[in-house]
Write a protein that binds this ligand. Structure first.
Ligand code: SF4
Length: 208
């Protein structure tokens, strides 16, 4: 595993993103986040070797942590909505909208701890426990890099019993995606969009 300087990388990303976000419309925002995700994967591949990847437990099919509050920036929400429209028929979209509306009501007013406590799966987690929007999943979902799915499950349950379990993570992957989220948020804010994330379901529903 190679060293990764998150502060320098974030500054580089902000410089790179600024000209593309100035005056961007919604289609351009989708293109920006799509290119960003591809670039981040390339950077991750340059930092991690096969053994590093083997140690990371997070993968398609593991939804162990998908009861936490996830926030997204506007380009991410637009990209997820566009992907859903391209990959679902009208009946499936109508059913998804209905479930999203019910979900938004169910988690309304809950803080992060209360959101975990109700153990309600993310609306995009399918019946088989897989992320149904995996190709366009949020940056913050990509930043989660546990090396042990059982430790994730414990970490979501044991605090209620007064224990603070540890979850071992790949910090390069976490820092990479977290710095990209901050860089994108900072540049969005510079050009008049919200720079902080919004709850995933409500943010996507706005564009679906
Ligand atoms: S978007 Fe996908 S990876 Fe993220 S919390 Fe929802 S189901 Fe899990």
């Amino acid at each position: 595993m190679h060293d990764f300087d998150a502060e320098t990388y974030q500054a580089q990303l902000e410089q790179q993103l600024a000209p593309r976000l100035a005056g961007a419309d919604d289609a351009a925002l989708v293109a920006v986040v799509t290119d960003l995700v591809a670039q981040l994967q390339q950077r991750l591949d340059a930092c991690l070797d096969a053994e590093d990847y083997r140690r990371i437990a997070c993968a398609p099919g593991c939804g162990a942590c998908c009861v936490v509050n996830v926030t997204v920036l506007r380009p991410e929400a637009l990209a997820i909505a566009a992907w859903l429209r391209a990959n679902r028929d009208s009946a499936a979209l109508a059913e998804l909208r209905r479930r999203m509306d019910a979900f938004i009501i169910a988690i309304s007013g809950l803080d992060d701890e209360e959101r975990i406590a109700i153990r309600r799966n993310c609306v995009f987690l399918d019946a088989g426990g897989s992320c149904s929007i995996y190709p366009v999943r949020p940056l913050l979902c990509r930043s989660i890099t546990s090396t042990d799915a059982d430790a994730c499950r414990d970490a979501l349950v044991l605090p209620a019993l007064g224990e603070q379990p540890m979850v071992m993570m790949n910090l390069v992957q976490k820092k990479l995606y977290d710095s990209a989220f901050r860089a994108l948020g900072n540049v969005l804010q510079r050009y008049g969009w919200p720079g902080k994330g919004h709850e995933l379901t409500a943010a996507v529903r706005e564009f679906l």
